[in-house]
Ligand binder design. Structure first.
Ligand code: ADP
Ligand code: MG
Length: 257
């Protein structure tokens, strides 16, 4: 095990799932990568990976008494290990978010880089857990003042649990967004550098429609290239599997946010 990252943002729809899979595929050239859809209330990673019909998902692992083995929810896709989550509201209600600790600890023992596609809302127990468990966060932003301010709240919040910022990703950037001024500011306010500026891309939408990660669907698209550069900038750190697994198992889950 090397490192666990939470891919997080203040609000939904910023591109967390797109980014998780793009970073994952890019890092898979060098590392054994596992991506987990830890956004258990608004799961959509399954749609980005053609796993809409997956028989077993993270939800099954989070429901007490199901007795599902972690391995049964792991799918080899696009050079990564992918753990999708289901979209049933009933399963979400039944799921015990605290069980994510053991699932992540088990996965951590057998991979180099763990990417947790995290929920947006910082308001519930299940939403905070990935950020609490991760070593560091990658914060996905859009180039607007409200998005920066949301991202700073995520950072502040993550830091209160000892989770530092690995870097920021600006997604869906258009030519006229004055991005240099925005990234200059971001580099001052965030604990990690701007890893990438990802352009608004028709291919990203088409990839989602095709049920494939962007880097599989359109590897030469400018957005794919920008994600690969971002992955290269991410300085993955060494960590001992056992220490990480222990930390996950013993993590204190906050009752209130
Ligand atoms: P989240 O997981 O944060 O809710 P998604 O990754 O699912 O966000 O992205 C939300 C929507 O925006 C998806 O339809 C996705 O295809 C689209 N999208 C993501 N990144 C881009 C981009 N760079 N350009 C255009 N569309 C994008
Ligand atoms: Mg998502």
């Amino acid at each position: 095990m090397v490192e666990a990252f939470a891919v997080a943002s203040g609000k939904g729809g910023t591109g967390k799932t797109t980014s998780t899979l793009a970073l994952g595929m890019a890092l898979a050239d060098r590392y054994d990568v596992t991506v987990v859809d830890a956004d258990t209330g608004m799961a959509n990673l399954l749609f980005h990976t053609g796993l809409d019909d997956a028989a077993v998902t993270l939800h099954d692992l989070l429901i007490e008494g199901e007795g599902t083995a972690v391995d049964d929810a792991v799918y080899d896709r696009f050079g990564m290990k992918v753990v999708p989550c289901g979209t049933s509201l009933a399963a979400f209600r039944e799921a015990d978010p605290e069980r994510l600790r053991d699932v992540v600890a088990t996965l951590a023992a057998d991979t180099d880089v763990l990417l947790l596609d995290s929920p947006a809302a910082l308001g519930s127990k299940s939403a905070v857990l990935p950020v609490v468990l991760a070593d560091r966060t990658v914060i996905v932003l859009q180039p607007t003042v409200p998005s920066l301010s949301d991202g700073l709240k995520v950072q502040e919040y993550a830091r209160s649990y000892g989770t530092e910022t690995a870097g920021t990703l600006f997604n869906r950037v258009r030519d006229d967004d004055g991005i240099d001024r925005v990234t200059d500011r971001a580099d001052r306010y965030f604990g990690g550098e701007t890893l990438g500026v990802i352009p608004e891309s028709d291919a990203a939408r088409a990839a989602r429609q095709a049920g494939e990660p962007l880097l599989a669907h359109a590897p030469d698209d400018p957005a794919s290239r920008a994600f690969r550069e971002a992955a290269n900038r991410l300085d993955v750190r060494d960590g001992a599997s056992e220490a990480v697994a222990d930390r996950f198992r013993s993590a204190v889950v906050p009752d209130e946010v």
